[in-house]
Design a protein around this ligand. Structure first.
Ligand code: OGA
Ligand code: MN
Length: 222
């Protein structure tokens, strides 16, 4: 494995990455999977270092809805976000890792994932995100692309159950709730249109990256 953190460390996530294999095996059986210690350590630590300087991230109150409909709705979500553009080596390595995962998912699950977008998120103590899905199968407004697979990664060392802040995933088949502690290195992957989820309020600052792999829908953008 490469010792250097570079965009080239897409090679740090080789085509036979056991983590990617585990994701694919689980996603053949169910609509979601959660993997502790999923991030390559160099990537994880570089992103953690960046998140430990939150003032430099340019975090702003998150909103809901697409483009023109975008509104800040603190009764639904109260996190602050900053979109990842690839402006630091850590961000470039993250985008390279996500792209290696995108290609792996396409090769093994035939998902046709076409692009990726992601943002840092900070949930201050008490902040939450009410139950939602990340995409709607029959959205009223035609769009050129839609979110198909959601990816969330966590950056909170030594998270304890009593800190709260779980991601609750609701299995679409059984309706059962599965709780994810936002511990450093844990990754959740789930079908954007099918898995309702929510972020419970935490007693500590809580940092994550949320990302979405998109597919082209063939509609003309309006
Ligand atoms: C989201 C989301 C989950 C998390 O941003 O859509 O569901 O745990 N985030 O940060
Ligand atoms: Mn979500």
């Amino acid at each position: 494995m490469d010792e250097q953190l570079s965009p080239d460390s897409s090679r740090a996530a080789p085509l036979h990455s056991p983590v990617f294999e585990h994701m694919v095996t689980t996603l053949r059986e169910q609509a979601w999977c959660v993997i502790p210690d999923a991030l390559p350590p160099l990537l994880r630590d570089a992103l953690l270092a960046q998140l430990q300087q939150p003032a430099a991230l340019g975090l702003r109150a998150a909103g809901i809805g697409r483009q023109q409909e975008h509104t800040v709705a603190p009764d639904i979500r109260s996190d602050a976000i900053a979109w990842i553009t690839g402006s630091t080596p850590a961000e470039q390595a993250w985008l390279a890792w996500a792209d290696a995962l995108r290609q792996f998912l396409n090769r093994h699950l035939f998902l046709g994932l076409d692009s990726f977008e992601s943002h840092f998120a900070h949930y201050a103590p008490g902040a939450f995100y009410a139950r939602h899905v990340d995409a709607f199968r029959h959205a009223g407004v035609p769009a050129a692309s839609t979110r198909r697979m959601s990816l969330v990664a966590y950056f909170n060392p030594h998270w304890q159950t009593e800190h709260g802040g779980e991601l609750a995933l609701f299995d679409p088949q059984s309706g059962q709730e599965y709780r994810v502690l936002p511990e450093l290195g844990t990754v959740a992957l789930f079908l954007s249109e099918e898995v309702p989820h929510e972020v419970r309020a935490a007693r500590r600052d809580r940092y994550s990256i949320a990302g979405w792999f998109r597919v082209r829908t063939g509609s003309v953008p309006v």
